[in-house]
Design a protein around this ligand. Structure first.
Ligand SMILES: Cc1cc2nc3c(=O)[nH]c(=O)nc-3n(C[C@H](O)[C@H](O)[C@H](O)COP(=O)(O)OP(=O)(O)OC[C@H]3O[C@@H](n4cnc5c(N)ncnc54)[C@H](O)[C@@H]3O)c2cc1C
Ligand SMILES: *[C@@H]1O[C@H](CO)[C@@H](O)[C@H](O)[C@H]1NC(C)=O
Ligand SMILES: *[C@@H]1O[C@H](CO)[C@@H](O)[C@H](O)[C@H]1NC(C)=O
Ligand SMILES: *[C@@H]1O[C@H](CO)[C@@H](O)[C@H](O)[C@H]1NC(C)=O
Ligand SMILES: *[C@@H]1O[C@H](CO)[C@@H](O)[C@H](O)[C@H]1NC(C)=O
Ligand SMILES: *[C@@H]1O[C@H](CO)[C@@H](O)[C@H](O)[C@H]1NC(C)=O
Length: 586
């Protein structure tokens, strides 16, 4: 009952505090003396291995010319470099310069719109421009970037680097890099060339397929030109169905609706379908999608929610958690997840609105400082949302089998996945096969999982084994491709072997940055140039640093042992077993 009240309160504030105040997120780069002796983390303030990265200094170029001279001096002295962005939203250690004393080049001041060509519908922007500003500037010129990620607090350079996407199988598909027609990259160069140069790539250059999705290992993306479309409207309706036929329906649905996606609530055996199609700009409607989880949120209520979740974990209260989960998903649905028909009120479906008002959101970034009274939920200063975030994509040809395997696990453990529904379930989105060397190799459905992470790395989670098994089924049984900007260590195990053009990417990297000054330990591991993706130590499987092979990789003292999967026997997961330790002792 108390829980119910708390949640209702939360919802009250989510609705009424909307857009009033918020403390914008911090800069991920912090230095002790001026711009020297710095650390960098991500927007959550925590990397998968809980480490903090170091750098000797941070630089803020304001022009491409300054960028060239900064890259030249790093290249001349063979110093490691990495680009940092305004908020650094990638989960893995992408943004860290190699070693301890590399240089961070921040794109905070490279955030201008360079050119809008309304005639050709092309727009040229600097690498540090926020997605929000890109969408708005295009709209002011009557133009639309049809597909984008759903969160607009990310930069053009960062989102391209990780292959970020929305949801579509139509046209060029949902990944923003499909709309890139040219790029300017600042790379290291020879002594004769002055140690750095600008490489300008257009659609007739094959190397553009390396540059579009690059983790930033080729150099600094200075400018990007995108092919836009005339502004259009969308007509959106959410429909709930049971998930009996989800595995098959997914294939049909993606082909039928241009911007469809699905929120799946596996424990409730339900799916929320986003029926979202392009309509004429003349259709009436001024809808707005101000997605509730991306609004300024009261930190006190986030703290209460976290405390509830920690208590449910500590007391193994699976029932309580499933009840809370139903309340969360039910309420979000009632509030149409943040959709309104006119920017103020939700009066019913369909909601019709301009693409720029419907495609992406993030009002928690805006508005005034309020001393952390309200925040983006995942604000690194408070860490009230402390989560694992996995995302991998399964080819359309395997998606039905994958969904059915997850359902088998739900049959065996009906309460195991409520933990996902506390974060509104699994988000399923479509991405098309790409010519980008590190883009999707097939038409896929991307599955996005967000769930509770313990503050203590050695404390196992309720039904930990089931989620670990799903992760291994997706990645290893069905050849899933991990999102480059999310996931944990184990997701990247031998990942480069899943990319037929991986070797082409590496040869462009060798050509552009032969010394590897833009590479770090993480990129070398992911690209297969270095061992050590998995870290085998006590408790490593609890944090996804490894796949367990011995009990000590789990938490035997807390009765979590390394066991085969229930559906996928090849999986190795940390399973709770109440009776096992007495047997081990015998
Ligand atoms: C709340 C939230 C919602 C999200 N929603 C989505 C979504 O809907 N769809 C999706 O696909 N992803 C989503 N993501 C993931 C996100 O899109 C990626 O993590 C994205 O890469 C973040 O962009 P960023 O600007 O923060 O880049 P960062 O994370 O700071 O950087 C990513 C990498 O790119 C490099 N880099 C950045 N700029 C440049 C440049 N100019 N030149 C060279 N290298 C550069 C960095 O060094 C780093 O290696 C979401 C993440 C969060 C936290
Ligand atoms: C560098 O920063 C660390 C904290 O990140 C601090 O402990 C150390 O004293 C700083 N060193 C100098 C020389 O400022
Ligand atoms: C692409 O760039 C090359 C030079 O690198 C140039 O000759 C060609 O005209 C450009 N093509 C387009 C379509 O701009
Ligand atoms: C799911 O819904 C379909 C109709 O869409 C119905 O035929 C079927 O019986 C339902 N299944 C369950 C398990 O409720
Ligand atoms: C689909 O899954 C099978 C195993 O069931 C795997 O061998 C195959 O590579 C997967 N297909 C793709 C395109 O990933
Ligand atoms: C794995 O974890 C280690 C730290 O334990 C980290 O240094 C490394 O970069 C990680 N690798 C990947 C691919 O995530």
């Amino acid at each position: 009952m108390e829980l119910l009240q708390k949640s209702i309160l939360t919802i009250f504030f989510l609705v009424f505090m909307d857009g009033v105040f918020s403390s914008p997120p911090d800069d991920p780069v912090k230095c002790t003396s001026g711009n020297r002796n710095c650390t960098i983390s991500n927007a959550y303030g925590i990397f998968p291995d809980r480490s903090t990265c170091r750098a000797s200094q941070v630089l803020y170029p304001t022009t491409e010319q300054e960028l060239v001279s900064m890259v030249a001096s790093a290249s001349k002295s063979n110093i490691k470099v990495k680009v940092a962005t305004r908020y650094s939203h990638s989960v893995p250690k992408l943004a860290c310069p190699g070693g301890q004393d590399g240089i961070i080049i921040s794109t905070n001041k490279l955030n201008r719109v360079v050119k809008v060509d309304v005639e050709s519908k092309r727009m040229t922007v600097e690498g540090g421009l926020l997605l929000r500003d890109l969408i708005n500037e295009a709209a002011e010129n009557g133009l639309a970037l049809p597909n984008t990620p759903y969160w607009w607090g990310i930069t053009v350079g960062g989102l391209l680097a990780t292959g970020a996407h929305g949801s579509s199988l139509w046209g060029k598909g949902s990944a923003v890099h499909e709309y890139v027609v040219s790029m300017r990259i600042v790379t290291p160069a020879t002594v004769e060339e002055g140690y750095a140069k600008v490489i300008s790539l257009n659609e007739s250059d094959e190397e553009l397929d390396a540059a579009k999705v690059s983790f930033g290992v080729l150099g600094v993306v200075s400018q990007v030109t995108l092919q836009l479309q005339p502004m259009f409207k969308r007509e959106l309706t959410y429909v709930t169905k049971n998930d009996s036929d989800l595995g098959e329906e997914l294939i049909r649905f993606g082909k039928e609706h241009e911007f469809g996606d699905v929120w799946w609530y596996p424990s409730q055996k339900k799916a929320l379908y986003r029926i979202d199609d392009r309509v004429s700009i003349d259709q009436s409607g001024n809808g707005l999608y101000d997605f509730i989880p991306f609004r300024p949120t009261l930190s006190a209520l986030l703290a209460a929610n976290r405390a509830t979740e920690e208590l449910q974990e500590a007391t193994r209260d699976a029932n309580g958690r499933c009840l809370t989960a139903k309340l969360v998903t039910g309420t979000l649905k009632t509030l149409a997840l943040g959709l309104t028909n006119n920017g103020i009120l939700f009066t019913g479906y369909p909601v019709v609105g301009q693409n720029n008002r419907m495609q992406s959101a993030g009002t928690c970034l805006e508005s005034k400082e309020d001393a952390l009274l309200t925040i983006c939920p995942w604000d690194s200063r408070l860490q009230l949302v402390f989560i694992h975030q996995l995302a991998f994509s399964i080819s359309l040809s395997n998606v039905t089998s994958f969904v059915n395997d997850v359902k088998k696990l739900v049959e065996l453990e009906p309460q195991a996945l409520c933990v996902l529904e506390l974060n509104n379930g699994i988000l399923l989105r479509y991405v098309k096969a790409s010519s980008a060397y590190l883009g999707k190799t097939q038409d896929v459905v991307d599955f996005d999982f967000t769930y509770y992470r313990s503050k203590d790395p050695l404390t196992p989670r309720l039904f930990e084994d089931i989620l670990e098994e799903i992760e291994q089924i997706g990645l290893f049984k069905y050849g899933g491709l991990p999102h480059w900007g999310k996931n944990r260590n184990l997701s990247f195990k031998q990942v480069i072997n899943k990319y037929p053009n991986g070797d082409k990417f590496l040869s462009v990297k060798n050509k552009y940055d032969p010394q590897g000054i833009f590479s770090n330990e993480w990129t070398d591991q992911v690209l297969g140039l270095k061992e050590g993706v998995m870290i085998m130590k006590d408790g490593c499987a609890l944090e996804g640093l490894c796949i367990c092979s011995e009990d000590r990789h789990c938490a035997p003292s807390k009765k979590y042992y390394c066991r085969p999967g229930k559906v996928y026997k090849e999986a190795r997961v940390c399973a709770f077993d109440d009776k096992a330790d007495t047997m081990d002792e015998l």
